[in-house]
Write a protein that binds this ligand. Structure first.
Ligand code: ADP
Ligand code: MG
Length: 272
């Protein structure tokens, strides 16, 4: 035996124990990075503190990414829309400073609600999803649904005896987005469910609602003016209301495409 062998064996066993500790603590990213970090430490003459810092930084980064992925999965964002690709110049009636302020997510700290009102195609869903995405990235538990989905889920819950659990589910997220209120009139049971969801969240957590109907016609959507008034009281008490009343962005895109087509047909001269 050469004199170096016992110490090499001891080092190998310490290394295995260290890997074992990392695995037992479920620090999988650190366990995987361990050989690389140790090699790098030797090569570059890092001290113990620097090597430990590097190893744990790798685990912290992996944990942060895992949590973000979990929040993103839970949020069920229906599109890839972001606040950054929302063109405030194209959205008439929208104050860019207000969108920037909402983008900071500060409104979530005061359980402020956001109501996005406007005709189809004006960017309500885009803004709501963009705000939801910003909230997810800022670390808030967020869930996006539509009024129709919420109604259907509550209906099933009532039949299957899971009402209380379902209500707790909708009370949970720091931000709940309810898209497309008013596209379909809601049956009485669905209005009651929506009212309970809004009431539970009132002054505790934020709700974003998008609707194509003015607040004045919510009695028709909910089939009951008393429920509508009570719900609006809670929603609007601490809220930001955005009216997106410009020309539809979808129509605008079609218009642009039609113009291009017309230009190519008429050889760059606009038809009168
Ligand atoms: P709404 O929910 O009001 O019916 P959407 O948010 O679905 O409208 O918008 C329709 C389409 O137009 C989407 O693809 C959306 O990304 C796009 N859009 C609408 N407004 C804007 C905007 N101001 N900037 C960028 N894209 C927009
Ligand atoms: Mg929409």
């Amino acid at each position: 035996m050469t004199p170096t062998e016992p110490s090499t064996m001891a080092a190998a066993s310490t290394y295995q124990q260290l890997r074992g500790h990392l695995a037992a603590l479920k620090l999988h990213a650190a366990a995987e990075a361990l050989p690389g970090v140790l090699d790098q430490a030797t090569d570059q003459g890092w001290g113990l503190t620097a090597a430990l810092e590097r190893l744990l930084a790798i685990e912290v980064d992996a944990d942060t990414a895992r949590r973000l992925a979990g929040r993103l999965r839970f949020a069920c964002l229906p599109t890839a829309a972001t606040l950054e690709d929302f063109d405030t110049d194209a959205a008439s009636g929208v104050d860019p400073a207000l969108i920037r302020e909402l983008g900071t997510c500060r409104y979530l700290e005061t359980a402020t609600n956001v109501l996005l009102v406007g005709p189809p195609g004006t960017g309500k869903t885009h803004l709501a999803v963009g705000l939801a995405r910003a909230a997810v990235h800022a670390g808030y538990r967020t869930y996006v649904t539509t009024a129709a989905d919420l109604a259907a889920r509550c209906h099933r819950a009532a039949i299957e005896g899971r009402w209380a659990t379902t209500m707790r589910f909708y009370a949970g997220p720091t931000l709940l987005v309810i898209d497309e209120l008013g596209y379909l009139p809601l049956p009485a049971e669905a209005s009651a469910a929506l009212f309970q969801v809004i009431s539970q969240r009132y002054l505790k957590t934020s709700t974003i609602i998008t609707t194509n109907r003015s607040v004045a016609s919510w009695g028709d959507i909910l089939g009951d003016t008393t429920v509508a008034a009570a719900m609006l009281d809670r929603l609007l008490h601490r809220s930001v209301v955005l009216h997106l009343d410009g020309e539809s962005y979808r129509l605008r895109a079609h218009q642009a495409a039609a113009d291009t087509l017309r230009h190519s047909v008429t050889g760059n001269t606009r038809t009168p």
